[in-house]
Design a protein around this ligand. Structure first.
Ligand SMILES: NC(=O)c1ccc[n+]([C@@H]2O[C@H](COP(=O)([O-])OP(=O)(O)OC[C@H]3O[C@@H](n4cnc5c(N)ncnc54)[C@H](OP(=O)(O)O)[C@@H]3O)[C@@H](O)[C@H]2O)c1
Length: 250
């Protein structure tokens, strides 16, 4: 489905990013670049995925790291066909549960710098290569509170809402260059960062939030991302696709 494509998946050392890289490489034939701030963890992840997976270091909060990363990918693989903006600021309970007006500028800035500006940095950096190659796909991983709002995690919702606007912008400005863009707005997906950080009562409560009464699996997100990146979606762009077991409806 994605044979001969080169895909960059940010934050693919674990969790949802890892599942996307695995799906793209093992089941769809793409060459995947697996990256995070830890080259060790990225190398381990690429080893676990096996053939078609390559590890690199990338810190999306640093413009110089993004520049060096893109130059490295292009020198080794000559092209980037797919970018998945998946990397996100780690779940920090201290900031998440603070009232919005008490979150400091520094805390607000740190979340926006990774969850929004990091994806902007990467997207802007890959666009010239995509234009040169005759097109590409940018998928950004957002979250349902970006659409519905939430009583907690204001900085996160604001940053993730920005991704929806970025997707629409890329779709409109670069559609004529054959670049398509999508946002995946996720509900509760079972990863270390979420499921494993909750107590049993919180896990149960999260399960009850959607029509299917269960957590989503990273593999389910990965298969949707693979379909979107394929030619099956050739005449759809700018879309927000909600993946939450039926809770937030557009
Ligand atoms: N799980 C859910 O229920 C859920 C729901 C809605 C949306 N999402 C979104 O889905 C994405 C993945 O979530 P997850 O649960 O899989 O998270 P996760 O397990 O915490 O993984 C986050 C990934 O991002 C990397 N990362 C963090 N900061 C980075 C930076 N500055 N530069 C480059 N890489 C960085 C991490 O590696 P290093 O720390 O080594 O850099 C890791 O590989 C996030 O954007 C999250 O907001 C998740």
């Amino acid at each position: 489905m994605l044979g001969n494509k080169v895909a960059v998946i940010t934050g693919s050392s674990r969790g949802i990013g890892f599942a996307i890289a695995k799906e793209f490489a093992q089941n769809c034939g793409a060459t995947v670049i697996m990256c995070s701030r830890s080259i060790k963890q990225s190398e381990k992840a690429a080893q676990d995925v096996g053939k078609n997976a390559h590890a690199m270091r990338l810190d999306i909060s640093s413009s110089s790291s993004v520049r060096a990363f893109i130059a490295n990918v292009l020198s080794r693989f000559s092209r980037i066909d797919i970018l998945v903006n998946n990397a996100g600021y780690h779940f920090d309970k201290k900031i998440w549960y603070k009232p919005f007006h008490e979150v400091t500028d520094k805390e607000m800035g740190a979340i926006i710098d990774v969850d929004l500006k990091g994806s902007i940095r990467l997207s802007r950096a890959v666009i010239p290569a995509m234009i040169k190659n005759g097109g590409g796909i940018v998928i950004s991983i957002s979250s349902t509170p970006a659409i519905s709002g939430h009583t907690e995690g204001g900085a996160y919702s604001i940053a993730k809402a920005g991704l929806i606007a970025m997707t629409k912008h890329i779709a409109l400005e670069y559609g004529s260059k054959n670049i398509r863009a999508y946002t995946l707005a996720l509900g509760n997906i079972r990863t270390e960062a979420t499921f494993d950080s909750m107590n049993d009562a919180q896990k149960k409560a999260a399960e009850q939030e959607n029509a299917m009464k269960r957590w989503g699996e990273p593999d389910e997100v990965a298969r949707i991302a693979a379909n979107i990146a394929s030619d099956s979606f050739s005449f759809a762009t700018g879309n927000t696709i909600v993946v939450d077991g039926g809770s937030v409806f557009l």
